[in-house]
Design a protein around this ligand. Structure first.
Ligand SMILES: [Zn+2]
Length: 314
C-alpha cells in the first residue's frame, strides 16, 4: 500500500515552484487514482505491487517481509539493499535502550539557495518523504552490554549529505561520548557535503574531525562503519578516522567519483576500484562485515576495546 499524501499542505509550498507538478499531486485522491489502467502491462497485475522486490544483483524476486526480516539483505546473493537509519538502529541496539539526541535540530536556508528547486522546498519534501529531520539520527544506546554514542546516517534524506545539522548532531554526539567516556560508533552513508549550505557544509568536516581528536585524546575508541555509498566530504572527514573501520560488502567508498579521478590523473583505474573489497586489500578498511552480522561483531569489538581500556586505567 502506498503511504497517504497530504494534498492540503502542498499548495502553499508548491506555489513557489515554477514546475507544473501541482495538478498531478492534487489529483491524488481515490477517485482520480482508480482509472489508471492505461499503463498497458496486464501481466504485472498478478503480482501485487509493493509486496515483492527484485534483487538488482541476482534478479531473485524477494517477498518484502522476508527482505525486512533479513535486514534488507538478499537471502540468495547477499546484496545489501539501502536501509533507513531508524531500521538500522533498531537492528543494532538493545530494545528500548536508544535515547535520541537533538531530534529537533533542523537546517536553515542561510544561502537562500535556489536552483531547479529551493533548498527550503527540498527540505520540506524530504521531511515528508522520510519522516526524518535530517540525514543523521544520533543518540546513546546499548550494543550488547556496552553503552555507546551511536550516529547513523540515512541516504534517503538528500543523499545523506552533510550540512550544518549533520555536522552539529555528530559533533554533539562525539562530545557526549567524550564527556561520558563512551565509545563512538558512526554508520556512514553519504554523497558528501551538502551543496545547498556551501561553505557551512565544508566546515562540518573540520568540526567533526576536531571533536573526534578530543575523543581520541581521551583514549576512547571510535568505530566507523562505511555503507553504500560513503563518499566525498564525509569519507574525507569522520568516516575515515575510525580506530577501527568496518564496511558492508560491495559498498562504493571513495572521495571523488571514478570519472573525475580518471580525468585528473589521466590513468586507467584498476578493476573494483572504490569498492569495499578493493579497499580492504589496500589497507584502508579493517574488515568487511555483513549487515546481518554487524550487531554481533560490534558487540565483540566494543567489548574487546573497552575491556582493554578498563585494564589500562586500573
Ligand atoms: Zn540477490
Amino acid at each position: 500500500m502506498k503511504p497517504e499524501k497530504f494534498p492540503k499542505k502542498k499548495p502553499s509550498v508548491q506555489a513557489i515552484d515554477p514546475t507544473f507538478s501541482v495538478p498531478a499531486l492534487t489529483g491524488d485522491t481515490a477517485f482520480f487514482k482508480k482509472p489508471k489502467i492505461a499503463s498497458g502491462k496486464p501481466r504485472k497485475k498478478e503480482i501485487p505491487e509493493g509486496l515483492w522486490t527484485k534483487c538488482p544483483k541476482c534478479s531473485e524476486m524477494i517477498f518484502d517481509r522476508e527482505l525486512d526480516e533479513n535486514l534488507k539483505v538478499c537471502p540468495r546473493c547477499e546484496h545489501h539493499f539501502p536501509i533507513g537509519a531508524r531500521e538500522r538502529i533498531h537492528a543494532l541496539v538493545e530494545t528500548c535502550s536508544f535515547q535520541e539526541m537533538d531530534a529537533d535540530l533542523v537546517s536553515v536556508d542561510v544561502l537562500k539557495f535556489s536552483g531547479a528547486a529551493t533548498y527550503t522546498s527540498k527540505l520540506e519534501a524530504n521531511y515528508r518523504n522520510t519522516g526524518l529531520t535530517d540525514a543523521v539520527v544520533t543518540g546513546i544506546g546499548m550494543i550488547g552490554t556496552q553503552r555507546v554514542a551511536l550516529g547513523v546516517m540515512d541516504f534517503s534524506f538528500l543523499g545523506g549529505s552533510m550540512g550544518s545539522v549533520v555536522g552539529e548532531k555528530l559533533t554533539r554526539l562525539i562530545e557526549a561520548g567524550t564527556d561520558r567516556r563512551l565509545p563512538v560508533v558512526i554508520i556512514s552513508s553519504s554523497g558528501g557535503a551538502r551543496m545547498y549550505e556551501g561553505m557551512f557544509s565544508l566546515m562540518q568536516m573540520a568540526k567533526t574531525s576536531g571533536a573526534l581528536a578530543y575523543h581520541a585524546a581521551a583514549r576512547l575508541p571510535y568505530i566507523s562503519v562505511l555503507t553504500h555509498p560513503t563518499t566525498a566530504g564525509v569519507m574525507a572527514s569522520f568516516a575515515s578516522l575510525g580506530d577501527l573501520i568496518l564496511a558492508e560488502p560491495a559498498a562504493m567508498i571513495g572521495f571523488a567519483g571514478p570519472r573525475v579521478i580518471e580525468a585528473t590523473t589521466q590513468a586507467e583505474l584498476p578493476p573494483g576500484f572504490q569498492t569495499t573489497e578493493f579497499l580492504v586489500e589496500h589497507g584502508l578498511i579493517d574488515a568487511i562485515v555483513s549487515r546481518r552480522e554487524m550487531r554481533e561483531r560490534l558487540k565483540f569489538y566494543l567489548e574487546s576495546m573497552m575491556s582493554g581500556l578498563a585494564g589500562r586505567a586500573a
